[in-house]
Write a protein that binds this ligand. Structure first.
Ligand code: NDP
Length: 444
């Protein structure tokens, strides 16, 4: 079957799941040269198989709110591909979650995890539950109900979830606690745990730091660095905060942050003191980024996004499709030099096309944000050994992994005919590894 036919079949079989279609399309558009060089993948129908999840779970999550009322949400876990290791991928709690979002994220995760060089398959889960505005007790009761069902499907050698949007340290604690209570086993079934009880040092920092390591590697390859560059970042959650932290360390000036209600622009730069304020605002008080603008008397735009502000480097770190063709054009007109994707699929296909037609350096999410899952892989290794490594050891390994990913992806782009096209590089390198494993393991 041609790649175009496979895509049509995916659209037919998964109606209404636009984000999933978009993620599949991007990969299929990249792998044509792989299929030409590897007819064995064609005859084994690897592509038809890889776009179909191994297992999709959808379940009811009933819980009781603080007013005593019974509420019902929908839970998901898509176990997409386990050819190179146990399913691995985060859990997202956000009202926009439906099967199509979880499938897009699970599908991307397969190739990203392959790029890390660690033994992890791809999966993703979540719920349309919104933790915003809920009390800690409500979040706990929801997590316990969610985990009551999920427990039977996961395990340290089967499927190891982690956090994502709306699932941070607090939620992982409640989810892990319920798993332990139901199974009577203390084992590495989640990553992103607190270092006090089995988590890896450096895991909270890993996605944001990894993004900046990879972006800086890409800049270095073109005779540039982050020093004295102006950076715009979207989001103000886990990935955005630690990307900001590492940018500061590397001597860059970060001028924006955002959340789902708006965007702040601080032309003087968000320094260490202001960063402390952001962490307290977002992680402790769980407030809105607008308060930053009030505190420091800077510009705030309701529903705004950071892409209209002048910058050298843009790091989208909030959510999917948050940077469209128009935004890409404005970034370009303002002289952007590089874009590194911290979020999953933050740039629309039109935006990516604009970057690729020009000399903007573009690091796609599968490579750029793989630091999080890499350190999750290291957390699994530490859990298996019942050891914990120092922050420095984890961070050193993370830097090595991100450099390795950049090299793998660049080489693969060259091999398949378009040097510097890291989208092609990430998709082909990730696909090759999983496709070979699937071939070796027969028709399953
Ligand atoms: P968080 O929940 O910690 O932060 C998400 C941030 O993005 C918040 O500032 C949030 O604002 C904002 N946001 C969420 N949804 C929207 C929306 N629809 N429109 C505008 N802003 C939005 O999540 P993470 O930082 O963990 O995740 C951010 C991105 O990075 C996601 O795409 C995730 O899949 C990806 N990622 C995360 C990894 C990790 O290790 N955590 C690993 C790899 C990728 P608000 O608070 O108002 O909701």
């Amino acid at each position: 079957m041609t790649l175009e036919k496979v895509y049509e079949q995916v659209v037919d079989r998964n109606p209404g799941e636009e984000e999933f279609h978009q993620a599949v399309r991007e990969v299929l558009e990249s792998i044509e040269p792989v299929m030409e060089k590897h007819p064995e993948f064609v005859s084994a129908n690897i592509v038809e198989r890889i776009v179909e999840p191994e297992r999709q779970l959808i379940f009811r999550v009933p819980w009781i709110d603080d007013g005593g009322e019974v509420r019902v949400n929908r839970g998901f876990r898509v176990q997409f591909n386990s050819a190179i290791g146990p399913y691995k991928g985060g859990i997202r709690f956000h009202p926009s979650v439906y099967l199509g979002i979880i499938k897009f994220l699970g599908f991307e995760q397969i190739f990203k995890n392959a790029l890390t060089g660690l033994a992890m398959g791809g999966g993703k889960g979540g719920s349309d539950f919104d933790p915003k505005g809920k009390s800690d007790n409500e979040v706990m009761r929801f997590c316990q109900s969610f985990m009551t069902e999920l427990t039977r499907h996961v395990g340290p050698d089967t499927d190891v979830p982690a956090g994502d949007i709306g699932v941070g340290a607090r939620e992982i604690g409640y989810l892990f606690g319920q798993y332990r209570r139901l199974t009577n086993r203390f084992e590495g079934v989640f990553t992103g745990k607190s270092p006090e009880w089995g988590g890896s040092l450096g895991r909270p920092e890993a996605t944001g730091y990894g993004l900046v390591y990879l972006t800086s590697e890409m800049l270095k390859d073109h005779g540039e660095s982050l020093k004295d560059k102006t950076v715009t970042i979207s989001g103000s959650g886990n990935v955005a905060q630690f990307a900001l932290d590492k940018c500061l360390e590397m001597g860059a000036k970060v001028v924006t942050l955002s959340d789902s209600t708006g965007c702040i622009y601080d032309p003087d730069g968000i320094d260490r003191d202001k960063f402390e304020y952001v962490k307290e605002l977002k992680n402790v008080r769980r407030g809105r980024i607008q308060e930053y603008a009030e505190e420091y008397d800077v510009e705030y735009e309701d529903r705004g996004r950071p892409w209209k502000y002048e910058c050298d480097i843009a790091l989208p770190c909030a959510t999917q499709n948050e940077l469209d063709g128009k935004d890409a054009q404005v970034l370009l007109d303002n002289g952007v030099m590089a874009v590194g994707e911290g979020a999953n699929m933050p740039s629309t296909p039109e935006a990516i096309e604009i970057f690729q037609e020009t000399d903007v350096l573009f690091a796609p999410a599968k490579a750029a944000n793989a630091g999080g899952v890499s350190v999750s892989g290291l957390e699994m290794a530490q859990n298996s050994q019942r050891l914990s490594w120092s922050f420095e050891e984890v961070d050193d390994r993370l830097q090595g992994i991100m450099k390795g990913i950049y090299k793998t992806v660049s080489k693969s782009a060259e091999r398949f005919g378009d040097e510097g096209n890291l989208v092609l590089g990430a998709n082909t390198a990730g696909f090759m590894k999983v496709a070979k494993a699937m071939l070796d393991q027969g028709v399953i």
